[in-house]
Design a protein. Structure first.
Length: 164
């Protein structure tokens, strides 16, 4: 699972191959740009690393930030003038740090059950919150956003080649 979570580094790194102007264009009218998606992923990685992982203990009840608040902060940052390369590098460095922290966890620590905002069941996994279920939902989340980005670049460059 940790290996799969770390694979996002490679596909995000590959985004440096595209023109920077495309990076800041909405993927679909009224939706986020690639830059906003990458910032969104980076902000969530940072939040998990700094706020969630340190608080995970058996039966802990962790107060989580409102999703929209963090998403809005990420979007604002992505459109603040940060460069494509800087944003990609920030994501890569953060994901690598999070993966390293996860690699230092024991198997038992991956299945410690905790609550988030009083909820015992992870709505995305349908099972009790644990590092395992929590990171598994982020892997799904990565794939969801990767698909949005792939579809965007495939529609833009369909005649030249297909993104994988």
């Amino acid at each position: 699972m940790i290996i799969e979570f770390g694979l996002a580094v490679d596909w995000v790194e590959s985004l440096k191959d595209y023109p920077e102007k495309d990076f800041f264009e909405p993927t679909v009218k009224g939706k986020w740009s690639v830059s906003e998606i990458i910032a969104h992923l980076a902000y969530w990685d940072s939040y998990v690393l700094e706020e969630i992982l340190p608080r995970i203990k058996q039966d802990a009840d962790i107060k989580s930030i409102e999703f929209q608040k963090l998403n809005d902060q990420a979007s604002e940052y992505a459109l603040s003038g940060v460069s494509e390369v800087s944003l990609i590098d920030e994501f890569i460095n953060g994901r690598k740090e999070l993966v390293a922290k996860l690699n230092n966890k024991s198997d038992a620590e991956f299945f410690v059950q905790f609550k988030i905002n009083g909820e015992e069941i992870d709505p995305y996994a349908g099972s009790p919150f644990s590092i395992y279920s929590y990171i598994s939902s982020f892997i799904w989340h990565d794939h969801h956003h990767k698909n949005q980005i792939v579809e965007f670049f495939n529609s833009k460059y369909a005649q030249d080649y297909q993104v994988k």
